[in-house]
Design a protein. Structure first.
Length: 132
């Protein structure tokens, strides 16, 4: 899906809902040596479980510009335990999808001149609709 540019800004591009090589199935990841992953808790609301997932991702990855690129695999990022915003989003996507929560990733430019990127991950819990 591609949106149209607005007032000279580049279009945003939505990446597929289906697993890609950069966002593999959760079971394909080697998580050895990492803290236990959070589970979707049926006694908590989905947003509470997702916040625990966000906190877990933030606890295992350090933001470090230049440590990955658009074709870095999630396994490479996990091995370094460093990455950029897309890597945090990829890991959260894989975990949310393993919980059977539809999730997608959107990226684009914040502004055409600086080429500053923006990454957004959105999820769709059945009762809440799409949320960013």
């Amino acid at each position: 899906m591609v949106s149209r540019p607005v007032e000279g800004r580049p279009a945003l591009v939505a990446v597929s809902f289906a697993p890609q090589s950069v966002v593999p199935e959760w079971t394909a990841l080697d998580l050895e040596g990492l803290p236990p992953t959070p589970a979707l808790d049926p006694n908590e609301s989905i947003p509470v479980s997702l916040q625990k997932a966000v906190d877990w991702v933030a606890s295992i990855l350090t933001y470090q510009p230049g440590t990955s690129h658009t074709h870095s695999t999630l396994q490479e990022v996990l091995a370094r335990r460093q990455g950029v915003c897309q890597d945090f989003a990829h890991l959260l996507l894989a975990l949310a999808r393993s919980w059977k929560i539809p999730a997608r990733y959107v990226m684009g430019y914040m502004d055409a001149e600086s080429k500053a990127m923006i990454i957004r991950m959105t999820i769709r819990p059945a009762t809440l609709g799409w949320r960013s």
